[in-house]
Design a protein around this ligand. Structure first.
Ligand SMILES: [Zn+2]
Ligand SMILES: [Zn+2]
Length: 345
């Protein structure tokens, strides 16, 4: 194994080489730039966007490095980095923020005109990657699997900020996948009551024990009942249900990006004459949402929530992606710590 350091270094990782195909490839990182940090990836969540890429629903140029919901350990820092050192656990904001364009200046830097998901070297289904120091958040409690939720949790916090439900309002969460459990967790931490709908009986029973007593599993939510509905189903049927279940005058927030599933042409007809405020919430908004996500996961996490995560070895990545849509658990986190015997060639 080559020694880790700030110089050019060989590494390896799983790249998407075409739709439905991961391959383990040898890779090279150039010498570390002065304000960058080299990390070893420890855990990484599978996001719905990774899944769309895997399924070939989004435009892509291959090979593609996926995995942005990661927890990592610093192995080397560039000459100008003072706030981090080797051994520190970190997670990262995935969004490039130029701090100079109209969007950045207006406080919407998650929509930066220069934003590009490929700014950093390898992403997290690899052993090592280089990241700009200013995008890293330290994790005081170490590189634990739960911190793979920082990014999706920051995204649902952005959605929740838009809806800003008050304590008298009825809230419904549609979908108990990765985003659904993050929002349920955030609402529980806030002490808010809510209903949650999930069609998979196995996911529903796992969620029920985590969200109770503030959250309530509802197999058949009633129409026109809810002031605020979050559609986190990732599906056309979930978004359609959201349109029906939100009450006239209410707020409907969808985070379902229906890449290739649907053109959502039903939407206008479903919301017409209902005076519903509708948004498609995207990414994580203000940087402060990331910091809030870290502190919620530091202070409010418990074994019951941990039970909603399924930890899978990176060497089962291909199979995990193939079966993820129908998986009976809520969120998959990939364990990237490969045994030495498994190191490639
Ligand atoms: Zn994500
Ligand atoms: Zn910008």
């Amino acid at each position: 194994m080559s020694p880790e350091g700030a110089g050019a270094i060989g590494t390896s990782g799983y790249l998407l080489t075409g739709p439905l195909t991961f391959e383990r490839r040898e890779l090279e990182l150039p010498p570390l730039r002065p304000d960058w940090v080299r990390v070893r990836f420890i855990y990484c969540g599978i996001c719905g966007s990774d899944l769309s890429q895997f399924e070939g629903r989004r435009e892509a140029s291959y090979p593609l490095s996926l995995g942005h919901e990661f927890v990592a350990e610093v192995v080397a820092v560039g000459a100008d980095v003072t706030e981090l050192q080797p051994g520190d656990a970190v997670t990262s904001d995935l969004n490039f923020r130029c701090r100079d364009c109209d969007q950045c200046r207006a406080g919407r830097s998650h929509l930066c005109r220069m934003g590009q998901i490929g700014e950093f070297s390898n992403r997290a289904f690899c052993d090592l990657g280089d990241l700009h120091a200013s995008y890293l958040l330290p994790l005081r409690e170490g590189p634990l699997p739960r911190f793979a939720l920082v990014e999706p949790l920051s995204c649902v916090l952005h959605a929740k900020n838009w809806a800003s439900p008050d304590p008298t309002e009825r809230i419904l969460v549609i979908g108990g996948g990765g985003l659904g459990i993050c929002l349920a967790f955030a609402l529980c931490q806030q002490g808010a009551s809510f209903d949650i709908a999930e069609q998979s009986p196995s996911r529903a029973s796992q969620i029920e024990s985590a969200v109770s007593p503030l959250g309530r599993l509802v197999p058949q939510p009633k129409e026109d009942e809810y002031d605020v509905v979050f559609d986190l189903s990732g599906s056309e049927s979930g978004l359609k249900a959201g349109c029906r279940l939100v009450k006239p005058g209410g707020r409907l927030c969808s985070m379902s990006h229906l890449d290739g599933h649907s053109d959502a042409s039903f939407l206008l007809a479903a919301l017409t004459r209902r005076d519903v405020s509708f948004t498609v919430s995207y990414l994580n908004g203000e940087w402060s949402n990331l910091e809030t996500a870290v502190s919620l996961l530091e202070d409010g996490w418990s074994a019951t929530w941990e039970g909603l995560l399924r930890i899978v070895s990176v060497d089962d990545l291909q199979r995990e992606f193939e079966t993820r849509r129908a998986a009976p658990w809520c969120k998959t986190v990939i364990d990237l710590k490969r045994e030495p015997s498994q190191e490639s060639r």
